[in-house]
Design a protein around this ligand. Sequence first.
Ligand code: GLP
Length: 241
Amino acid sequence: MKLTVFKNEKDIDQAAADSVIEVIKSNPEATIGLATGQTPVGLYQKLVQAHQNGKVSFKQVTTYNIDEYAGLAKDHPQSFYDFMKTHLFSKVDVPEENIHIPDGASSDLEAEAERYEAELEKAGQLDVQILSIGLNGHIGFNEPGHTLHAETHVVTLTEDTREVNSQAFSSLEDVPKKAITMGIGSMMKAKKIVFIAKGEAKASILKQAFKGPIDPLVPGSLLQLHPNLEVYLDESAAEYL
Ligand code: GLP
């Protein structure tokens, strides 16, 4: 694990974006795993800036998002597709047909999870996977539990996660109870993981994830096993590392 600690949030975003840009420069047809949440927003801004300055093109890039809420169609304002459209897809030149995200509106979620995993398998090893961590240690929507799934699957969100994520919804009742998420195994296959976390609220879970034992009750701890894990943190997130 290559850990870098920054004083300034903008510097994290730039360093993480540079790492992604390096991948696209060395392979314009790169495959990229994307995550949502507030943490990677700054990284996406830096990618957009680099695109606007003519430093990088996404024309031949293919993207795979790690998760999506069940029951939300792509055009739902709280869907992860809409989030990605707002922060990245509508601002760079990635072709629509190169964008992959589980279909949360599918009437058969299990079948959709299988279809998505098959797409990932067809794509092979992703060139880079962007990740962050939830307050309870979840990665994507792989929630803490005694068993973890390797592949894309349907998950029941914990009440903690629904509550944290309710900030983006008008009420807790509006937060979906289920989601489709890549498994930890699908994410760990990537050639490189660019992991970001910011703020003191994440400090204690980061200690458990990166200093503690590998434990399915802390799904982020599985990342310790990745041979090419880049971790970008600010000083408060890195407090116990
Ligand atoms: C989610 C996402 C995760 C993300 C996490 C943390 O619900 N499924 O991929 O890492 O929350 O989000 P934030 O970056 O807003 O703290």
